[in-house]
Design a protein around this ligand. Structure first.
Ligand code: GLU
Length: 509
């Protein structure tokens, strides 16, 4: 075990878009693999064809790509241990189900759905809290443990539908070590005889998952807490199949919790509180319902992955900003917490803002130029970069740039009415024409001289500069708030500023 190359897999079922919890599972797998120079594998677990959703696999692949998690192996990437879709490995599971039957660890069961219902009803009446097909009840059911060998053969030969169930021992402790949770001990009397294989030739999740992890030489199973109850069963499968020596190390990740209250974060919480729960936009092919993703909401992938990494893991220091490479360096499973991590939508925005500020102005300009072009505006990269430098301090997303800074490219369409109502008066009507004249003849168009001119004009008219300051901003930008005023004025340009002041005064008079 010690010398095996680290190999981890992210094994989603293509039943819909990836939830951010799923992305975090993938991320922890990725970080762990890269930290140990290992392989990160994508395996699509599509044995349950009834839950298959078209487009889900493509979505998953695209989401991983957007986050920067490069795969070593996967359905599209290929690799030595393929195919990487379980539906394409269908033929490889039966022999193991049969091996388990031969060694006495599994059996055929022929019970019809009605008979199973009957059994449950009977147990409920007898006040059994969770009726199960288990070491006790299997004695009363139609299976190869209760039927004669001949009868079993007759049923199999006649093509009767069956399932293969694991034979859970009656009284045994199943224990295994989980990196995050420590020793986990489950008594076999709490376990049921799960179906491993069906007569349609399809394995269930449990068998397929264990067989593939074995065949793909997976060394660590890092997955969500909801799979913890299945782990004892998987441990028994490893033992009964004779693979205990190479059983992977388990790590079950804590849940991501709702921002308010308790419980697992769901899509409904996102709808209710106004944040995405999916990495990318998703349109449900059945209902047509559309959900917004982090990407389309304007998040940087680095901000999204950084934020996700911190939901359940901590570096043991106060550092909050980590690039993907830094996360790889710092990540350990031992520092993943046991208890759920509350999702904080404000913190998610904060992360984006930190990345936005750290981007250099030219890179932001490149992003903003896309919007500007869509709006039919032509501006030099240099100018747009200067605009970005000013507005990035006040925004959290590049998608806000236009609303926040459109007036650098177009004259304001309207003025903030509240400010006008409060501040426009006779003094203002005197001040702004004078200011326009003074600024028009200013030789040195720099923020400091603009500010000095502003103040001296106010003083000469005996007007408190504080009373006309916000109006000045509104006449130039339409908005009551924004970036540093005199730098914004400088960037707008002398001619434009003078013109806007004169036009504004004419409108307000
Ligand atoms: N197919 C399972 C899922 O959808 C994988 C669980 C596991 O990683 O073992 O989450």
């Amino acid at each position: 075990m010690e010398n095996r190359k680290v190999r981890v897999r992210f094994a989603p079922s293509p039943t819909g878009p990836l939830h951010m919890g799923g992305v975090r599972t993938a991320l922890y797998n990725y970080l762990f693999a890269k930290k140990h120079g290992g392989d990160f594998i994508l395996r699509i677990e599509d044995t349950d064809q009834t839950r298959y959703v078209p487009g889900a696999e493509e979505y998953i692949t695209e989401a991983l790509e957007w986050c920067g998690m490069e795969l070593n192996e996967g359905p599209k990437t290929g690799g030595e241990y393929g195919p990487y879709r379980q539906s394409e490995r269908k033929e490889s599971y039966r022999e193991f189900a049969e091996q388990l039957i031969a060694s006495g660890h599994a059996y055929y069961a022929f019970d019809t759905p009605e008979e199973l219902d009957e059994m449950r009803d009977r147990l409920k009446k007898a006040k059994v809290a969770a009726p199960q097909y288990n070491a006790v009840t299997r004695e009363t059911m139609k299976n190869s443990l209760t039927l004669s060998e001949d009868e079993v053969k007759r049923r199999l030969d006649s093509g009767e539908a069956y399932v293969i169930r694991i034979k859970i021992p009656r009284k045994e402790e199943v224990r295994f070590h989980d990196v995050i949770r420590g020793w986990v001990v489950v008594h076999s009397s709490q376990m049921d005889d799960k179906v491993l294989f069906k007569s349609d030739g399809m394995p269930t999740y449990h068998l397929a998952n264990v067989v593939d992890d074995y065949k793909m030489k997976i060394t660590h199973v890092i997955r969500g807490e909801e799979w913890l109850p299945s782990a004892p069963l998987h441990v028994l499968l490893y033992r009964y199949l004779g693979w205990e020596e190479v059983m992977p190390v388990f790590a079950h990740l804590p849940l991501i919790l709702k921002p308010d209250g308790n419980g697992k974060l769901s899509k409904r919480d996102g709808d209710r509180l106004g944040f995405p729960v999916f990495p990318l936009n998703w349109k449900d092919p059945n209902t047509g319902e559309e959900s917004q993703g982090y990407r389309e909401r304007g998040y940087f992938p680095e901000a999204f992955t950084n934020m996700l990494a911190m939901l359940g893991w901590n570096p043991g220091t106060n550092q909050e900003i980590f690039s993907l490479e830094e996360l790889v360096e710092a990540f350990t499973l031992e520092r993943v917490g046991k208890s759920g991590a509350k999702f904080d939508p404000e913190k998610a925005k904060w992360y984006n803002q930190q990345y936005l500020r750290s981007y250099d102005d030219a890179a932001l300009a490149e992003i903003f130029q896309v919007t500007l072009k869509e709006k039919g505006i032509e501006a030099s990269d240099e100018h747009v970069a200067k605009v970005c430098a000013l507005i990035k301090e006040k925004t959290q997303f590049t998608s806000e740039f236009w609303d926040f800074g459109y007036y650098f490219f177009l004259k304001p369409e309207s003025f903030d009415e509240k400010v006008v109502e409060k501040r426009w008066n006779e003094n203002a009507a005197k001040f702004f024409p004078a200011l326009a004249d003074a600024l028009e003849s200013l030789h040195d168009w720099k923020a400091e001289s603009i500010e000095a001119t502003f103040k001296s004009t106010a003083e000469s008219l005996e007007i408190n500069p504080g009373h006309v300051m916000q109006l000045f901003r509104v006449l130039l930008s339409g908005q009551g708030g924004g970036p540093v005023l005199f730098e914004m004025t400088e960037l707008l340009g002398q001619e434009e500023v003078v013109e806007r002041l004169r036009e504004g005064v004419a409108k307000l008079k």
